[in-house]
Write a protein that binds this ligand. Structure first.
Ligand SMILES: NC(=O)c1ccc[n+]([C@@H]2O[C@H](COP(=O)([O-])OP(=O)(O)OC[C@H]3O[C@@H](n4cnc5c(N)ncnc54)[C@H](OP(=O)(O)O)[C@@H]3O)[C@@H](O)[C@H]2O)c1
Length: 295
């Protein structure tokens, strides 16, 4: 393995929230960090903020809109044109799309599923040879404990291929939880397919991070509620804690060579029963492959 000085990490959604906190930590550890983001102006600001603290930080950005297969392909090509290795890929970007109506990606998939799962599925597969050639290497996919029906109150995941585009109903919480279950199936199936390559695949949950949620809210009351009230709850995690947990999954010797795990608070944790269903994971993989035009 090369030293940290030469190691390269790409993170999606690294301009804000947990992704930004993680990019900052990776840069401080001497990684060459690539922010893959849909807002290059925000990336320039993020890079400036990182370099203000650490003038030697080696951070750059590449355009990526996960809701467009063409953009994902352009991002992979732009990365490959640099001719650098890739040691860590953190599939972090995403979230849920609020509202009563489903919205859709450029390619016609429901936005939350298309962005959180399909965009990352395509990006990872396009970069897989780079990761293999750079091994040892890690793919970290950010899921959430909300993929687990037993984890929290509220509507449970309902992964239904006949309702993937909201044909029967749309509920943003259900679709978010479904996308995070898809992230689990993807991370575990990827690990099975990577056996013996020196590349590992794990899923992480950053925990409940009110600071990241507050930053997205427009209403001052909601901002206050998340930043000042929820952030003080014992079950809340700070940006510092959640990004430290990503770093453990991505770069701690404890997880070197370890794949197929769900990592929460820097420790392995059991995920939902459904997430371990290999047939379901394989079915999603094969369909995603086709939908992403990888055949
Ligand atoms: N915060 C929590 O409590 C919590 C809990 C469990 C899991 N998570 C997961 O943690 C990850 C990071 O979330 P966060 O809380 O840090 O939220 P965040 O600050 O909203 O970060 C999400 C990032 O994803 C980017 N993004 C969204 N859609 C994109 C697209 N189509 N193409 C490219 N980038 C896109 C956003 O970019 P823009 O700035 O351009 O919008 C943003 O940088 C997400 O996967 C989330 O589901 C968060």
């Amino acid at each position: 393995m090369s030293t940290n000085q030469q190691r390269v990490a790409m993170i999606t959604g690294g301009n804000s929230g947990i992704g930004f906190a993680t990019a900052n930590k990776l840069a401080a550890k001497g990684f060459i960090v690539i922010l893959a983001s849909r807002n290059q102006q925000a990336s320039a600001q993020a890079i400036a903020r990182i370099q203000a603290v650490n003038p030697n930080a080696n951070v750059e950005s590449i355009p990526l809109d996960l809701s467009s297969f063409a953009s994902v392909r352009q991002c992979a090509s732009a990365f490959q044109a640099k001719g650098t290795p890739l040691h860590i890929l953190i599939n972090n970007a995403g979230g849920s799309v609020p509202g009563k109506q489903a919205s859709f990606t450029v390619d016609g998939f429901e936005m939350t599923f298309g962005t959180n799962h399909l965009g990352h599925f395509l990006l990872t597969n396009l970069l897989l040879d780079d990761l293999k050639q750079s091994a040892s290497a890690q793919v970290i996919t950010v899921s959430s404990e909300l993929h687990n029906p037993d984890y929290a109150k509220g509507p449970v995941p309902d992964f239904d291929y006949d309702n993937l585009k909201g044909e029967k109903y749309y509920n943003p919480q259900v679709f978010y939880r479904n996308s995070k279950l898809a992230n689990m199936w993807f991370a575990y199936e990827l690990q099975r397919r990577l056996t013996g390559t020196g590349v590992t695949s794990n899923a992480v949950c950053p925990g409940f991070v009110p600071a990241a949620i507050a930053a997205r809210r427009n209403s001052p009351i909601e901002k206050f509620f998340y930043a000042q009230i929820m952030a003080r709850m014992p079950f809340a995690r700070s940006l510092e804690q959640s990004s430290a947990s990503y770093l453990i999954a991505a770069a701690d010797p404890a997880f070197e060579g370890v794949g197929g795990k769900f990592i929460v608070d820097g420790k392995e944790k059991a995920s939902s029963k459904d997430s371990y269903d290999e047939e379901k994971a394989q079915r999603l993989w094969e369909l995603s492959w086709e939908w992403c035009g990888l055949i």
